[in-house]
Design a binder for this molecule. Structure first.
Ligand SMILES: NC(=O)C1=CN([C@@H]2O[C@H](COP(=O)(O)OP(=O)(O)OC[C@H]3O[C@@H](n4cnc5c(N)ncnc54)[C@H](O)[C@@H]3O)[C@@H](O)[C@H]2O)C=CC1
Ligand SMILES: CCCCCC(=O)/C=C/C=C\C/C=C\C/C=C\CCCC(=O)O
Length: 256
């Protein structure tokens, strides 16, 4: 799949992993819609990207993945301005164990809200052109972290939602592929401040397995996302991304 002429929507795009995903898509010829709640950071990124790629290659829209209204407006504007939605990256996420309801609403609710609204534009069964969705989970979506049970639950949910949607899309001929990435620690603001957000589990910080290996650079995560977008054979994949590279995760089959 070439990205020339394709339109990608990325949530949590103003910084960190989302920013790196937006950049790699632009480098590969796509138009990119940057969605984030952080308007100053989003506008500043849009300005920088305009200098590198030209003003007509990206849009920034303030959009909370918690708001149906924001999502509907952002995706309709995307189609009105750029003509289609071909790629969706549900990447926005937070970790606040003391505000577990918000953590669930953004990390899992946001992925589901965005996906269902994007389907209205992408689904081949309802006049769309199909495409690909890549969701950002975490290693905590495969191996729960004891200091953040709610965050771990949301990230397990993102893996399950992605796998179920991949199967539902194939069975229903939506023409949309669904894949999920599960990175270990990545050098972003999120990770730098994470130890302050364990709430009632702060005392368990020392019990976390602290690897002496370097944290991943966001660009390494973006390369993995790009592979999942470009390779049309990839559907329903769960990719664990660590310092030693990427591993396609397999799950037990025929349990019922
Ligand atoms: N940094 C890490 O070590 C890892 C991060 N992840 C996941 O990667 C994703 C991105 O994380 P980072 O780039 O590290 O974080 P970050 O904090 O650098 O960036 C996250 C972005 O999401 C935005 N955001 C927050 N709430 C939002 C909302 N309601 N609607 C729209 N945008 C919102 C923020 O404004 C920010 O720009 C998250 O889902 C996180 O759980 C997964 C594994 C490891
Ligand atoms: C610890 C929760 C981080 C959540 C980020 C994520 O999705 C995946 C992280 C993967 C591995 C984290 C492993 C150990 C973290 C150890 C310490 C965290 C404190 C950070 C620090 O102070 O350096």
């Amino acid at each position: 799949m070439s990205l020339g002429g394709k339109v990608a929507v990325v949530t949590g795009a103003a910084k960190g992993i989302g920013k790196a995903i937006a950049e790699i898509f632009l480098q590969n010829g796509a138009k990119v819609v940057l969605l984030d709640v952080d308007e100053p950071a989003g506008k500043s990124l849009k300005y920088d990207l305009d200098q590198q790629f030209g003003e007509d290659r990206s849009l920034f829209m303030k959009c909370s993945v918690e708001s149906d209204e924001d999502i509907k407006a952002a995706l309709q504007s995307t189609v009105d301005i750029f003509g289609s939605i071909d790629i969706l990256c549900n990447n926005a996420g937070i970790l606040k164990e003391d505000d577990w309801e918000k953590t669930i609403s953004i990390n899992l609710g946001g992925v589901i809200r965005m996906t269902y609204t994007a389907l209205e534009h992408m689904n081949k069964r309802s006049g769309g052109q199909g495409g690909v969705v890549v969701n950002t989970s975490s290693v905590a979506g495969l191996d729960p972290l004891l200091s953040c049970p709610a965050y771990s639950a949301t990230k397990h949910g993102v893996v399950a939602f992605t796998r179920a949607m991949a199967a539902a899309s194939s069975a229903s001929e939506y023409g949309i592929r669904f894949n999920v990435i599960c990175p270990v620690r990545v050098q972003t603001d999120f990770f730098s401040s994470v130890s302050q957000n364990f709430g009632r589990f702060s005392h368990l910080l020392g019990a976390l397995q602290k690897s002496s290996e370097r944290a991943l650079d966001p660009s390494e995560v973006a390369e993995c996302v790009l592979d999942l977008v470009m390779d049309e054979m990839k559907n329903g994949e769960t990719v664990l991304l660590s310092q030693s590279g990427k591993k396609y995760v397999t799950f037990p089959q025929n349990l019922w």
